[in-house]
Write a protein that binds this ligand. Sequence first.
Ligand code: GLY
Length: 563
Amino acid sequence: MIQLRFISAFALVLFIASCSNNSEQQMGLITENAMVVSARKEASAIGADLMKKGGNAFDAMVATEMALAVTFPFAGNLAGGGFMVYRLANGDVGSIDYREKAPLQASEDMYLDEEGNVIPGMSTTGAMAIGVPGTVDGILQVHEKFGTLPLEEILSPVIALAKKGFVVTEKQEKRLKYYDSILTAVNGKPLDEFSGKKEGDTIKRLQLAQTLSSISKYKRDGFYAGEVAEKMVSFIQEKGGILSLQDLELYRAQWRAPIQFQYENLNIISMGPPSSGGMTMAQIFKMIEPFNIGQYEHNKAEYIQLLTESFRRAYADRNFYLGDPDFVDIPTEQLLNTEYLNDRMSNFTFDKATSSSTVSKGEVNYAESDETTHYSIVDQFGNAVSVTTTINGGYGSKLYSEELGLFFNNEMDDFSAKPGVPNMFGLIGAEANKIQPQKRMLSSMTPTIVEKDNELFVVVGTPGGSTIITAVAQTILNAHEFDMSMQEAVNANRFHHQWLPDMVTFEPNGFDDATLEELTTKGYIHNKGYTRIIGKVDAIKVLPSGSLEGGADPRGDDTAIGF
Ligand code: GLY
């Protein structure tokens, strides 16, 4: 908890600093043809350059994803997973799930001691926390289905970047400093590549360049078989993990139908299970739709109440019903049924807060995180992709293979290690999300594309663990209900509620005292005196003129680049 509070304080300082730099900016970058918005300028530039050379959004996706692995090792990855939602220029939509899976040797009680208690840290740190990586198969399947440029041409600038290195930013320096001792402890020694690096230093990723070259040359077999796979598995097993060559051989990303729902004149397309993002956001929008939320003042008491009460009810359902659709039956129709959702809101009143104990029950401590990363792309042909990718915690399991240049995920923590016990995001799981071999753990990642009157309107997503869904929902409402520019919609202060703990979390400085006092009077518990940032949203809006406006989140080093 001390560690998490430190991150929050640190994040708050970053947020305030970045806001002051951007306080007068109302519009983000505007371009005529194509754009990438991501957590690092190098990654956005590589994706945009490929499109300038004639590649499409999917070519740019492959390059951006890998460039984030090079320059943003905190969350960018090869040994993690993610989700992509796309909309083609002709209006066809789809999604790919490259979420990690539990290894074959995983079991329901693998993180429990003999008394049946969760062993602290086992699902979050070190080799036992690692799920079977999905990112490389994900990008290769995307390339195979939609790519237009040869893989070698796409990966060549990424490999060059890894060899040349990237320059450490102020925010990176602070993160590296903060994580240095835990990286050292988990790996048994300081990591030469990262330890002690300061703002302005260059970090070269020479071993990662070799791993990328192996993928460029041998494609799937350059990662899931052969030398890289053997080195990966023997490294993880030496460190006490259970990942096997068979796990790697069996791993396949899955094309899935996205969740689509109408909200006023919007068609919102988002990720379905094993992400909870699309379902939970659909419930939220459907619950607020009858209230005409645009009539309330933005970020004032009634607006906050209405959203909070929809968040509370949607997260209660999320945590109970959702899991990997290949393993559990999800009552999708029921959960998205308008009558059901109206009924869920029938005990809501503006007079006072609903208690989460009347929605369901449980007592947890609050944990938080801003790991994971999101990027949005629109190409010059009109295709759009929205991608959120992660190794879960910052630097994942913290375990790093110096030989391969890889941080490994700690995605196993997104399973419910024991029903009723919260994970690192404070989310309480249930039976639907219990650990089973080859099962995918439930996610909150919410890569989303919004159509307005059947035309592409917004491409959006964010990191932020359990806060992802509520941050994406608020950004869409900002753009749609409050006509904010994309940059304003991204900059606007956010708040979050996730059913349990029964607390509204507000970002710093964006909510006036009178509003907070009114909410207190009505029975809302909130994070008074304890502030944090919520998400780092990267988004693109199609303006009425057809131009693109980027919304790159000033809470991070996020950058929009296009032409
Ligand atoms: N690991 C964060 C998420 O998938 O929601």
